[in-house]
Design a protein around this ligand. Structure first.
Ligand SMILES: Cc1cc2nc3c(=O)[nH]c(=O)nc-3n(C[C@H](O)[C@H](O)[C@H](O)COP(=O)(O)OP(=O)(O)OC[C@H]3O[C@@H](n4cnc5c(N)ncnc54)[C@H](O)[C@@H]3O)c2cc1C
Length: 281
């Protein structure tokens, strides 16, 4: 524990830096490298292993952020009150891509399962035109026609926010989000039932970037598949196996990432047992 792996020495021993900044060499019968990707680096996975493997001519696809939130230029008023608030039971779209789920307002923008699922479509649009449009259906279980009839009821002395809460069943963060999207366009929130119903079913948010690796749930890219055999042993380095996010694969969040890490670990462990048994004769 608390040893940083720095690479291999000329004889293939593992080179570690200790907490006291001394170097320790370890010769092993077999090695499993499971050093993660480079997302949320403050948790430990920094991706610094790449240079040690590139030195051994191992091909690595560049590490990029996956399952990551997007950046929105919210007003200070909105983030000071609503950063950290969840938006539940959404349908989120970007172009023709749709995802069902939840999202959370953040200081920098918006993140969560439904946003991660649209990652490729968002990234493609941002790369092509410098921004992407996210459309949020804030009442996915109520039709637009039903919303219009609910919002056509007399408002009485209720403020628009109170009316939206009682007639359309919107929570405070959803109402604030509607107001915010209009505020950001220097426009006033409409008050007629048809327009309100339309924007509740398609609240448009302008996204101007993807968040970086420091806030990403996972990492795409890594050691390329041609570099290891079916037991996940690096072909150019007999006895060195890899598992987990170091490998070049990508998956949605929701257990799939961890499952891929467990599965590759089991495959590599079986490979290690075979390799060690064979080398001991
Ligand atoms: C906030 C967050 C939420 C997530 N939620 C989910 C989820 O809901 N479902 C899901 O499936 N997945 C989720 N994931 C992803 C999942 O946690 C990862 O895919 C998985 O942990 C990767 O496992 P790994 O063993 O490859 O790497 P890691 O778990 O990152 O472990 C790598 C380890 O190697 C150590 N290390 C790195 N470099 C060195 C070095 N040079 N020397 C010594 N040690 C080193 C690190 O300190 C770390 O302990 C989440 C990730 C994050 C960050």
């Amino acid at each position: 524990m608390r040893h940083d792996w720095k690479g291999f020495d000329d004889q293939g021993a593992l080179r570690f830096e200790t907490e006291a900044h001394t170097t320790e060499l370890v010769k092993a019968d077999a090695v499993l490298l499971a050093l993660g990707g480079a997302s949320w680096p403050k948790l430990g996975a920094t991706g610094l292993w790449q240079s040690a493997l590139r030195d051994k001519a191992i091909a690595i696809t560049p590490l990029t952020a996956s399952n990551v939130g997007v950046k929105v230029a919210w007003s200070e008023y909105f983030t000071s009150r609503f950063a950290g608030h969840p938006l539940k039971r959404l349908i989120v779209s970007c172009g023709v891509q749709r995802a069902v789920g939840e999202a959370i307002v953040t200081q920098q923008g918006i993140e969560g399962g439904a946003i991660y699922a649209l990652g490729p479509a968002l990234r493609e649009s941002i790369t092509r035109s410098g921004h992407a449009m996210l459309s949020l259906d804030l009442r996915r279980d109520v039709s637009e026609t039903d919303l219009i009839s609910r919002l056509t009821k007399p408002r009485g002395k209720k403020s628009l926010s109170t009316f939206l809460a009682s007639a359309a069943g919107l929570d405070p963060v959803s109402i604030a989000l509607l107001r915010e999207t209009f505020f950001l366009r220097n426009e006033k929130l409409p008050e007629d039932p048809q327009a309100l119903a339309r924007i509740i079913k398609a609240c448009e948010i302008k996204v101007h970037g993807m968040s970086g690796l420091d806030r990403a749930i996972s990492t795409a890219g890594g050691i390329q598949r041609d570099e290891f055999d079916s037991h996940l042993m690096i072909k150019k380095m007999p006895g060195v196996f890899v598992a987990g996010e170091m490998i070049d694969w990508d998956a949605p969040t929701g257990g799939y990432l961890m499952q891929a890490c467990f599965s590759t670990s089991v495959a590599a462990a079986q490979g290690i047992v075979e390799f060690v048994e064979k080398s001991r004769g």
